[in-house]
Design a protein around this ligand. Structure first.
Ligand SMILES: [Fe+2]
Ligand SMILES: [Fe+2]
Length: 477
């Protein structure tokens, strides 16, 4: 093998297209069979992580975690897709991608899925599952031949780049949220998780113990039940408030563009209810091709971004967004009163309605007209995202029902079944529908250095009497 040390490329150019040195590429690596066996286990791990992140969005109260889980679920869905494609390139139909690689590994993820608290969930995902997956991916790069297996190496390098971001988020989140005593409380469970990993031969299965004991269950001894009821943290107060009809103000030609941006930011931030609702569709819809889950997760993540755009806009305008009432009505009702396909129908019905002249284009025009550059940027991208969502609806929702007309009618029917609950929530003492608008508008005026406009300040239209099925009345998207 001295040749591999003395061999020179033409005029000293980087060798092997920059993939590796001759020395590294001259070592044998994983066989295709061994490589595929490992790739299938990374695929399984990403699929389970996607499932866990998605399933925990709705009932997770903390907004920063809700949005992060939305992001992380989407990233996992992309890595699942990339791994499926790579496995399919390796003499592998039938792919066998739905098979569970090892019972202990399945229980490992089951346990994290049902983690009884946010703290346990964070520790399970970010301190155990993701580091174990990353370690396996790192071993793959070490064990495989960088030239023969270059396509897998590429997929793995991308995956590790994003896992790194997830791990960093997780580390910071755990520092902020998990106390020493909570840590101590879960220490035993976390040790047990590591035991499950060891039993399954780590994520890649390469160190499987020959005499296998039967893995036991702790939290997952009771089968997992998805919690459809959306929860919010304590900054979200008065979540049934329907006291300010944002659309009525936004579409009023007599109102000026600048204060309209506040109503748009309110609508954006209120979109946090869309991930809460879409997470339930994804979790409760089984047996679809992976592209369905990937596309739906992308849309879910976009909606979380739209909410964060609202947050950013409010902060940039010096407005305390907690003074606006970010309601939970829409996701709560769809999740608890409709089936998954009915929820999807409503989502599509609302989103195709945004494609008209008075929809997303109008919001962007208002953003431009307001003279606030950030608002134009936000609405520009929000519009582009919604065009994509309408396409995804055509791809995945309409064929599930039939033709376009039937699918649209079904969406309309589902949505109009949800009648306004303005009076009921008031009678139940859940809210008095207080008018939060003057407070929010005054804050923005202070930032703008402007005196409030009397007509704008006096705006007091509520959602009372507004039919819930009027496009966008309580619905986001
Ligand atoms: Fe959307
Ligand atoms: Fe949206």
């Amino acid at each position: 093998m001295t040749e591999v040390k003395t061999y020179r490329s033409y005029r000293g150019l980087p060798m092997l297209a920059g993939l590796a040195t001759i020395e590294d590429a001259a070592k044998p690596g994983l066989s295709v069979e061994a490589c595929v066996a490992r790739l299938k286990r990374y695929h399984y791990a990403f699929m389970r992580l996607h499932e866990i992140f998605t399933a925990r969005i709705t009932a997770e109260p903390i907004y920063e975690l809700k949005t992060a889980f939305s992001h992380h679920a989407y990233l996992c869905s992309e890595h699942v897709a990339a791994l499926r494609q790579r496995i399919g390139e390796m003499r592998e139909p039938p792919l066998g991608l739905e098979e569970m690689p090892h019972e202990a590994l399945a229980i490992f993820f089951d346990e994290i899925l049902v983690a009884p608290t946010t703290e346990a969930l964070l520790l399970g995902i970010y301190e155990h599952a993701l580091p174990a997956l990353d370690a396996a991916l790192q071993r793959h790069l070490r064990d495989t031949n960088p030239l023969t297996d270059a396509p897998s190496v590429r997929v793995i390098r991308f995956a590790r780049l994003e896992i790194d971001d997830l791990l960093e988020f997780g580390r910071e989140a755990i520092t902020c949220l998990v106390s020493d005593s909570q840590y101590a409380e879960y220490r035993e469970w976390l040790t047990y998780l590591d035991g499950l990993l060891a039993m399954s031969g780590a994520v890649d299965g390469r160190a499987r113990t020959p005499n296998e004991e039967k893995p036991g269950r702790q939290f997952s001894a009771k089968p997992y039940v998805f919690n459809r009821v959306p929860k919010r943290d304590e900054r979200f107060v008065d979540v049934w408030n329907q006291g300010v009809n944002a659309e009525s103000f936004l579409y009023n030609p007599d109102m000026p563009a600048k204060p309209k941006t506040l109503m748009m930011l309110y609508k954006r931030l209120r979109e946090i209810d869309v991930p809460e609702m879409m997470a339930s569709i994804i979790t409760e819809t089984k047996g679809k091709p992976w592209d369905y889950y990937r596309d739906m997760s992308r849309q879910l993540w976009d909606e979380a971004r739209h909410a964060m755009m609202g947050e950013v806009g409010f902060v940039a305008l010096g407005v305390d967004w907690t003074k606006a009432r970010i309601t939970v009505n829409w996701s709560h009702r769809l999740n608890t009163e409709c089936t998954p396909i009915e929820r999807h129908a409503v989502l599509y019905f609302i989103e195709q309605g945004l494609m008209t002249k008075t929809g997303k284009r109008y919001e962007w025009e208002v953003g431009v007209e307001s003279g606030i550059p950030l608002l134009a940027t936000i609405q520009d991208y929000d519009w582009a995202d919604e065009v994509l969502h309408a396409q995804l609806g055509r791809l995945w929702y309409i064929p599930a029902i039939g033709d376009w007309k039937t699918a649209l009618e079904f969406g309309d029917k589902c949505w109009s079944r949800i009648l306004s609950n303005w009076q009921q929530v008031k009678d139940a003492g859940l809210t008095v529908h207080a008018n939060w608008w003057p407070d929010v508008y005054r804050q923005a005026c202070a930032t703008w250095g402007e005196a409030p406009n009397a007509t704008v300040l006096a705006f007091a239209e509520t959602y009372e009497g507004a039919r819930a099925d009027l496009k966008g009345v309580t619905g986001s998207a």
